[in-house]
Structure formats: C-alpha cells, structure tokens
Write a protein that binds this ligand. Structure first.
Ligand SMILES: O=C([O-])CC(=O)C(=O)O
Ligand SMILES: [Mg+2]
Length: 389
C-alpha cells in the first residue's frame, strides 16, 4: 500500500500578544500553519499532518508557496516513500524540499522547511498508528519516557506591568505545578532588572527556581555587568546574553558566570550548532542548549544536531528546546531531551499541552495520541481542521 502527498495547504495566523522582550514586541507576531494532506486512511479518516512555526519568527507563506510546497507536490511520489513503501520517509521528503538550495544562509528558509517537516512527521506517526515520541524511541533503539520536565516562560515586559503584577504572574505558574519559571531581562536598566529579579525570587522562595533571558540584547561589556549582578543569585540559567552568532562573547562570559547558561534558540542548522559547541565555550556539565526544531529545518535536522552534540560529548539531556510546542515534547519524550519550554498564557492556541494534561512537580506526562497529538488539543485542532481535514 503506497502513500501519496496530495496537497500541502498553508495559512498565516496571528499569535500576537501585547508583550515585549529586550529586542522585539509581539504585537504583530504571526505563524504559518501547514497541513500535509495524504491519500492514506486511518480509523476511517484521511491522514493529514499538521505543523506550524514557533514564536519569534514570522509566518513563512511566501517561501512555502513559492519553493517548498511545489517541490513536494512535483516530486515523484515513489521517491518519498520509506523502504517498506508503506509510509513516507521524512528524510527523503526533506531532501526533496532542499533540492536546488545552496548551503549556508540557514535562517532564510529553515523556518519554512521546519514547519513542513513538523507536518510530515505528524503524518508519518499517524500512518504508523503511534505517538511520535514512541516512533522516535523505537527508531533510535531507546526507551521512551512520557514524563517530561517543563518550565514556565513569561515575565515579559508590557505596558503598566509593575512588580506586583510580575510576582502575581510567577505565583500563578507555581500554583499550576511548575517549579522553574523564566523572566525577561535586558529590556530595562540593570538596576530595575535587579529589582524585578529580587521581587520574583522573594515571591517564589524555595518553591521554585528562576531563569532569566536577555534575548541576545547585550554587548560584551553589558553581558559581563549583568553576569556579575546575576551571579549573586541562585538562578536556574542566564539565557542568550549576546547576539546568537557572537560565539566569542558567549565564550568570554564563562569566566564571569560560573553557574549555568543557556542559548541556541536563534541557531538554525546543525552547522550553526556545531559552531556554538566548537567556539562558544558552552560547558556540557552545566549549560543548556535551546535549538528549536520548528525554526531550524525540523526534526530531520534536529537529529543531525543531536549527532553533532554526541560527537562533542554532549548528552541530549542538556537540550531544553525553545518554543513550547508539542513537537519538542515528543522529541523530549522519545529521544531523552532534558525537557521543554512552555508559555502557560502565551502564543495560544499553538503552544501548550493536550487537553487534560497538567503540570505536576514541574513535569507533564504525554498521553498516547497518534502523531504529535494535536487532535488532543481542541482549540488548536479547530484551527487545523479548518485548514484541511
Ligand atoms: O521572547 C522570545 O523571543 C521567546 C524566548 O526568547 C524564549 O522563549 O526563550
Ligand atoms: Mg529565549
């Protein structure tokens, strides 16, 4: 029984919020929602795989319509099948999308490809009749672990938000079962950020740990000034101090900041990840890597990134991806990542967990839903179904 991709549908959707980090506001943020429609039927329904890109990069409709969807639709369907011929082969599909693409310049197209790749993996796992995390674990000869660490990302700047609102937000995350919370820094003077950090630490006490995220805002001097201030506090991590491609800055910071640091959400290929590991001075015994497959060519590429990490002595358990989507939850449960980001109140309906999944002691347990599990999140599935079903 053969499988064919009969259509690739795409639409740009808003994921806007009145929030600001140290670099951008999210008032005009969008995402591309994609459906890969197959001719295969499971449980009486045509299999459709869905994907979308993470927050922080905008919708990719132009690239998807002009280059990547046509390449899939024009490919000989036989060349996209796995060895059994009964399912699609995500790597062959990835190669077809990337035909006639020069190396390098990854950010130009990695989001568009990653979005379609998510939909392809959703379809492949649904055709196999399994949750994606179980399919991944099997393919890698591992034991899946449905229990995944998640932390609550928020603490944004927004108009009128004072310290008591910030504390209330963090208290809300603790009440919902999280034990690590994250807030933004670098969007206010350092004295003000110190007050914000102290207010949150006071609020969360011993119940939770705090991570801080500068979103790549600092030059070396400012990054060091913050490192000296931040190291006075017991933080979970100091994230993205400088420009994502300034590996020398990241490496220099280690001298001033002995505690854990995190970065990588704005690196979009396994080659860029390799450069971070080679030149960024990241420490495999304590630092965290945040590559987000939905922004960086998808899971086919993420597996290459994990292979690069392994070569350099890094465990997948040091990866906690950016983005808060169910795709990375599946990768975490299937391939042993350290956990996943989550944004309890933001970027809905795309982020978050299937309905009925709750955070307990900073962890969720993946339900056994076919594919990525989008059908288990009713507000999200409503949007997806409207695109194609
Ligand atoms: O504010 C953003 O761009 C999101 C971000 O950095 C994160 O979730 O770590
Ligand atoms: Mg970040």
């Amino acid at each position: 029984m053969s499988v064919r991709i009969v259509d690739v549908c795409e639409i740009t959707k808003p994921i806007s919020s009145p929030i600001r980090n140290a670099y951008i506001d999210f008032t005009k943020m969008t995402t591309s929602l994609v459906a890969v429609v197959t001719d295969t039927v499971r449980d009486g329904k045509r299999v459709v795989g869905y994907g979308f890109n993470s927050n922080g990069r905008y919708g990719q409709g132009g690239l998807i319509r002009e280059r990547f969807a046509p390449r899939l639709k024009e490919a000989d369907p036989k060349t996209l099948l796995d060895a059994s011929g009964d399912n699609l082969d995500p790597d062959k599909i990835w190669a077809a999308m990337m035909s006639n693409e020069k190396p390098g310049g990854h950010g130009e197209r990695s989001v568009a490809v990653g979005t379609i790749d998510m939909a392809v993996w959703d379809a492949v796992a649904k055709i196999a009749g399994k949750p994606l995390f179980r399919l991944l674990a099997e393919r890698h000869g591992r034991q899946a672990n449905p229990r995944v660490f998640v932390y609550a990302a928020g603490g944004y700047y927004y108009p009128g938000k004072d310290l008591s609102a910030l504390r209330g937000e963090m208290r809300g995350y603790l009440d919902r079962g999280y034990n690590v919370v994250k807030m933004k820094i670098g969007g206010a003077p350092i004295v003000e950020d110190r007050e914000r950090i102290e207010a949150v630490l006071k609020e969360i006490g011993k119940d939770a740990q705090l991570a801080v995220d500068a979103n790549g805002r600092f030059d070396l001097e400012t990054a060091i000034a913050y490192a000296k201030m931040l190291r006075e506090y017991p933080l979970f991590w100091y994230e993205e101090a400088g420009d994502p491609l300034d590996f020398a800055l990241q490496a220099a910071l280690a001298e001033f900041y002995p505690a854990p640091m995190a970065t990588g959400e704005n690196l979009f290929s396994h080659q860029d990840a390799k450069n971070l590991i080679r030149y960024g001075g990241m420490r495999p015994d304590r630092d965290w890597l945040q590559f987000d497959c939905a922004l960086s060519y998808g899971l086919c590429e993420y597996q290459r990134t994990l292979a690069v990490l392994k070569t350099h002595g890094w465990s997948p358990s040091r990866c906690i991806p950016h983005g808060g989507h169910q795709m990375s939850l599946n990768i975490a449960a299937g391939l042993g990542l350290g956990g996943n980001e989550s944004y309890p109140d933001l970027f809905q309906p795309y982020g978050g967990f299937p309905d009925g999944v709750h955070v307990e002691n900073g962890h969720i347990t993946m339900p056994d839903l076919p594919g990525i599990g989008f059908e288990g999140k009713s507000d999200l599935y409503k949007e997806m179904k409207a695109l194609a079903a």
